[in-house]
Design a protein around this ligand. Structure first.
Ligand SMILES: Nc1ncnc2c1ncn2[C@@H]1O[C@H](COP(=O)(O)OP(=O)(O)OP(=O)(O)O)[C@@H](O)[C@H]1O
Ligand SMILES: [Mg+2]
Length: 381
């Protein structure tokens, strides 16, 4: 059947059915790939250099054609649609942003709308909207890519891919080439954006931590274009399919799985408190036998820990307090709670409510005991 398929296909599910790509020189870049990228979810392709990630990605928009097998979008074979037509429904963020150096940021973002014949005014309005969406000031519109930092360029690359509001986004190492702190910020923004947009995203990275943070599903490739495992991140960490996957996720995986363990009914207990502005005598009275007392502001939000043994302090004030560090709420993961406990001078992680007010404290030992007694809760297996 040769029914022409028309983007947008919302929601769009992408399926690889036994897809192989052999390059003319005989290199098998992708070998018998069967994989589903579910609609509205982020599917991450991860693995060592040369294992076929980019080739797999580029077969989805037909910049590379499979040697055998089939790729479908919502069940329609992508070969039944013209490549140009197909790409209208697919945004593509290439490695290192790939901006056109001689075009302004605005024109870079408006590339696809121009191609689609939107008219200058509408295309530019859309580009300004997207600039804001990815967190860049509108003054950047007139700059050239070389006048932006690496992280800013990568934001522009994402904005450009989103310009025509495609249901599918392909992203090839979109956050590489920036330092780890900028990278973490870009990843957080990207996840927030995706919460609003709900695109079907296939994202390539060689960084397993990025894969675990961003992926609803993570497909691990190994050399020779073989798919080693595809699973949600928590399951990948808890149950690596083989030694290769275990080697890739191995480092700290027992600890990292805590990111996927909900707080659930982890009990918090009272901790000694004192109001900011009170005297150290009040602090000592509250502390009883304890060394540390938690200073609270007038809305009962934690401000810091006070060491009541200090003799150089008369009033409970921020300069003499140690930071509270990571607090957690009912929405947090066990990892946040454990991090809070390990970083706290008192040994207690602080649980707060949605308004930031104190609920109670919990120690690392209590957290560990709770996790152990609930089995491997992350994966329900
Ligand atoms: N045009 C080509 N001709 C021949 N071989 C190619 C071609 N493009 C890629 N390859 C080979 O196919 C294999 C997979 O390449 P691909 O670019 O898909 O890997 P990748 O997983 O994206 O790697 P990286 O993490 O380094 O970007 C590699 O061995 C590569 O050398
Ligand atoms: Mg690549």
């Amino acid at each position: 059947m040769n029914r022409p398929i028309q983007p947008p296909w919302e929601p769009a599910v992408i399926e690889f059915e036994n897809v192989t790509k052999r390059y003319p020189d005989g290199t098998v870049a992708v070998d018998g790939l069967t994989l589903v990228a579910p609609a509205g979810k982020i599917t991450v392709l991860v693995g060592p250099s040369g294992c076929g990630k980019t080739t797999s990605l580029r077969m989805i928009n037909r910049s590379i054609e499979p040697t055998s097998g089939r790729i479908t979008v919502n069940g329609d074979d992508i070969m039944s649609v013209g490549a140009v037509q197909l790409r209208r429904g697919i945004g593509y963020v290439i490695q290192h942003a790939g901006l056109f150096p001689h075009q302004t940021v605005l024109d870079n973002i408006a590339t696809v709308p121009y191609l689609l014949g939107w008219g200058k005014k509408k295309a530019r309005a859309r580009a300004y909207e997207l600039l804001e969406r990815v967190g860049l000031p509108s003054a950047f519109a007139k700059r050239y890519p070389a006048q932006l930092s690496g992280g800013q360029q990568q934001r522009v690359g994402v904005a450009r891919a989103l310009a025509a509001d495609p249901p599918i986004m392909l992203m090839d190492e979109p956050f590489s080439a920036v330092d780890p702190i900028v990278r973490a910020g870009l990843q957080d923004e990207f996840l927030r954006l995706q919460q609003d947009l709900g695109k079907t995203i296939v994202l390539v990275t060689h960084d397993i931590d990025e894969a675990i943070k961003l992926g609803d599903n993570v497909a691990v490739f190994r050399e020779g274009g073989h798919l080693a495992q595809v699973d949600p991140p928590a399951r990948l960490l808890a149950h690596p399919a083989d030694e290769f996957v275990e080697g890739l996720v191995g480092r700290d995986r027992g600890y990292r799985v805590l990111s996927f363990v909900p707080i659930g009914d982890l009990p918090a207990h009272p901790v000694p408190t004192v109001a900011v502005g009170a005297s150290i005598a009040d602090g000592r009275a509250a502390a009883g036998d304890e060394q540390w007392v938690l200073a609270l502001d007038q809305d009962r939000r934690p401000v810091g820990w006070l060491d009541v043994n200090r003799d150089d302090v008369s009033v409970v004030e921020p300069p003499s307090l140690r930071t509270v560090g990571t607090t957690f709420t009912s929405e947090s993961s066990m990892r946040a709670a454990l991090d809070g406990a390990l970083g706290s001078p008192s040994g207690h992680a602080i649980r707060v409510d949605s308004g930031g007010a104190l609920v109670g404290g919990v120690s690392a030992v209590e957290i560990a005991r709770h996790v152990a007694s609930h089995g491997n809760v992350a994966v329900g297996a």
